[in-house]
Structures are given as C-alpha cells and as structure tokens.
Write a protein that binds this ligand. Structure first.
Ligand code: GDP
Ligand code: IMO
Ligand code: MG
Length: 429
C-alpha cells in the first residue's frame, strides 16, 4: 500500500501533470489539495494534449479524482473543464469526481481585485495569474469566504454574499476606481454553477479514509512549486497557499500517517513565470534557446517562462521541506545538443559561500551562482527508455543531481508524451 504526494520542487511547471498522469495508472484516486486554476497541468496521450486547471491529472486514467478542501475553485472554470472532458468521452460524473464541501469558491470580486491590485502595483507587481487566487485565500483566512457547502444552499449563499458585497464594491469602486458588481447577476450565474456541481459535493476526507482503509493507493497532486509556497518561497513573490507536501494532509483532511512517500518533480533546468528572484536565470542566447526548445510558455496564461540552469540550492531546500523520497527529472531531452550544461551548487554572497536558500530577498538579489560545468551530449534522447541507454554524459548529469540532492531518481522524462519516460523505480511498485 502506497500513498504518494507529488510536488514541484522549483517555481512550478516542472511537469507534475505528466508524471501524475503516468503514475495514476497505479493509483485508485488522485487528490488536488491546494491552489486553484492558477495551475496548468499538461498531459499528452497518443499525441493529444489536455491542460487541466482544476480536475486532478488522474482523470485521463479514469481514476477517482478529488478536489480537496485546500483548493480554491472557480466554478465557471470547473464547469468548462467538465464540458471539455465530457465531449472527449471521459467520464467526469459524480461517481468519478468529488469536490470537498469545504473548498472555497472563487467569486467575481476575487478576480477583479486580483487584476486591480496588480495594475496598481506597476513594476512592483507579483505577476499573478489573475485568477483571483490570493483574494480568495485572503477571505478564507479572514473568515469571510464562501464554501461549496454554502454555494449549493441558495439561502446560505445569498446571506453570505449579502454580508460581503457592499464592502467589496466599496473597495473596488473607491480604492481601485473599478465598476461595482451587481449582486443579482452574481446570484444568477453562481446558481447555475451550484445546480450543475451540487451532485459532486461531499465530505472527501471520508472518501479518502475509506480508500486507504481498503488498501487502495492514493496520489496527492501538488500544484505550483516549493519556491512559490506562501511560507517557504520567495515571499512576497509566491502564491497564496502552502505548496509543500505537508499540506497534502491539511488540504484533503487526512493525517500524516497516511502518506508513505513524496516524489519531487524537477525540471532538468529551471524556469519561472511571473516576477521574483531567480539566481540562475540566463538572460543570454542559451536561456533563449532553452526557452524555445522547451516551448516554455505558461500553460495557464501563455506568458513566456524565464529560463536558467539547474539550481541545487533550491533543490536541496525542496528535499528538506518536503521530505522527498524520490525525484522525477523532466525535460531532459530539452538539454540535448548543448556543448556544456551547468549545475549551480552554491551562491556566493559578499565573498562567502551560501549553501542554504536565504530568506532575505535582499541577500538573494546580491547572490551570484557558483557553477559546476559538465560536458553535454549530442544525441536525441527522446526515444531512450532505459537509463543504461542514455548517453554517458546525460547519465553523469543525472548521477550528479542524485548525489548533490541525496535523493534517488525514480523517473526520467524525455518528452511530453506519457510513454516518453524512463521509469527507474516505480514509487507504487
Ligand atoms: P506542471 O504545471 O508541473 O504540470 O507543468 P506544465 O504542464 O505547466 O509544463 C510542463 C510542460 O512541459 C508541458 O508543456 C508538458 O507537456 C511538457 N513536458 C513535460 N515533460 C516533458 C519532457 O520530458 N520533455 C519535454 N520536451 N516536454 C515535457
Ligand atoms: P503549476 O501548478 C508556475 C505563479 C504566478 C505568480 C505567482 C502568484 O502549473 O505549476 P497567483 O495567481 O498564484 O497568485 O500568482 O505564482 N504561479 C505559477 N507559476 N506554475 C504554476 O502552477 C503557478 N501558479 C501560480 O506566475 O508568479
Ligand atoms: Mg503548469
């Protein structure tokens, strides 16, 4: 019996969707436990691409998919995703998908506030996805949020909305010079969503507990990445939830005893979308080439991702914060053809070597990466299916990552398709 958490180790977009889709074959249910439709998780099966924002990435393997209480859900986006999957002939009925009654609902004012704040910040903006994620978590923390259990109860919904709408409209119109929202329009729109989604809403902790008691295998699917975590990331250039593995428990209502392992997804280089520090960022031709070859555009906003070398300072931090038991290295094929590849092993700060990730953005800004340079490989590795058949230098690169991180590599991904993968050790086996 194994219950695994999958987390991003960098700044998101590591390829979590691909690995969750791959491993979901061995799981009985897949649970999203935080974030919302700021996430964009890509799965490519038989040449067809599907980007999931809310529905867990186990859906193409037709596993029970669960949206946990820690997720903030835009019901309009969820309905669109369900329609899309239905049209593809994938069963997304209430037997297959469950939504926590305690998950918070993203409201129109959350999205408006997200946009208005970013605009006001100018060059100090976070570069959010504009999906209302931060404002929704903010209302959850200040105890003014609307949960799914309220959404599907027309009386409770009206009452909760009535209690907050004047304040939201005052803030939007007076502080941001934005148009006011009309409560009846919101009620009309959200009543439609409520009717459609009500059959899916349930106590998901009981569903997961039952699955674990029956020795079924559960996969917890993280969104974003460790360095976007609200506590442990490059604050304030972070998202508004805990992205680390510990939150798999809080965000789905299961105890830590249930978790048997944590796989960290590591892109073979580093990317970041949005603002914030990025010590190994390449602002030269090499960075541009990686961006092009890796097709590094955000799966949610289409923004160009910033690219740089692999950073072991952040990976070691991720190993520690998540209790990683295994790594999945993705996008190795993107490094094909480079004369040399670099790994950052420490930062230099005022003549000193830093091996631990600093909390101060001021310190981080003054750090320069210390690199090891390794010879690259010329071969196209996308058709390789075993570690032994990888070029010698690719193997050395992987071994060095394992050594520096002190966590074994379980999976190496060499292309976006489900089968373009080398499985060294199946965490579920
Ligand atoms: P996620 O948010 O962590 O699920 O990652 P995204 O889906 O946002 O971004 C990862 C991108 O890389 C997607 O376009 C994937 O299809 C693609 N991808 C995943 N693994 C590989 C790989 O091994 N090689 C290549 N070339 N692309 C990959
Ligand atoms: P997946 O799950 C990459 C980034 C945004 C911004 C910051 C805050 O696909 O890896 P938010 O809208 O969450 O308030 O934005 O976080 N961000 C992501 N970057 N991948 C993601 O998700 C992200 N989700 C949020 O770009 O910098
Ligand atoms: Mg993504």
């Amino acid at each position: 019996m194994a219950n695994f958490v999958i987390v991003g180790t960098q700044w998101g977009d590591e390829g979590k969707g691909k690995i969750v889709d791959l491993l979901a074959e061995f799981a009985d249910c897949v649970v999203r436990f935080q974030g919302g439709n700021n996430a964009g998780h890509t799965m490519v099966v038989n040449g067809e691409e599907f980007i999931s924002h809310l529905v867990p990435s186990g859906i193409l393997q037709e596993k029970t998919c669960i949206i946990g209480n820690g997720v903030v859900v835009d019901p309009g986006v969820l309905v669109q995703e369900l329609d899309y999957l239905n049209n593809k002939g994938i069963d997304v009925g209430p037997g297959k998908l469950k939504i926590s009654e305690k998950a918070h609902v993203i409201m129109p004012y959350h999205k408006k506030i997200d946009h208005a704040r970013e605009e006001m910040k100018g060059d100090k903006k976070i570069g959010t996805t504009g999906r209302g994620i931060g404002p929704c978590y903010e209302d959850k923390a200040t105890r003014r949020g609307i949960r799914f259990i309220d959404l599907i109860d027309p009386e409770a919904f009206r009452e909760k909305l009535n209690a907050i709408i004047d304040e939201k409209n005052f803030y939007l119109s007076e502080f941001h010079s934005s148009k006011k929202l009309i409560i009846e329009n919101i009620i009309d729109e959200y009543t439609r969503y409520a009717q459609r989604l009500a059959p899916y809403v349930t106590n998901i902790s009981i569903v997961i507990d039952q699955a674990i008691r029956e020795n079924k295998q559960v996969l917890f699917e993280g969104a974003q990445g460790t360095h976007l975590d609200i506590d442990h990331g490059t604050y304030p250039y972070v998202t508004s939830s805990n992205t680390v593995s510990g939150n798999a428990c809080c965000g789905s209502g299961v105890g830590p005893k249930a978790i048997t392992g944590v796989t960290g997804i590591v892109k073979a280089y580093t990317t970041r979308v949005g603002q914030g520090p990025f010590p190994t960022e390449l602002l030269d031709e090499t960075g541009e080439n990686i961006q092009k070859k890796g097709a590094e555009f955000g799966a949610t906003t289409g923004r160009r991702r910033r690219c740089g070398w692999l950073d072991m300072v952040i990976l070691k931090n991720a190993a520690l914060l998540n209790s990683l038991t295994g790594l999945a290295i993705t996008k190795m094929d993107v490094l094909d053809g480079l004369e040399t590849v670099k790994i950052c092993t420490a930062y230099e700060y005022k003549g000193e070597l830093l091996r631990d990730f600093p909390a101060s953005l001021k310190v981080l800004a003054a750090c320069t990466p210390v690199y090891e340079t390794h010879p690259g490989w010329t071969e196209d590795i996308s058709s390789v299916r075993s570690i032994e058949n990888l070029p010698q230098n690719a193997k050395k690169y992987l071994r060095r990552i394992e050594e520096l991180c002190d966590v074994p590599i379980d999976i190496v991904s060499v292309g976006p398709q489900r089968d373009e993968t080398i499985v060294v050790r199946n965490p579920f086996a």
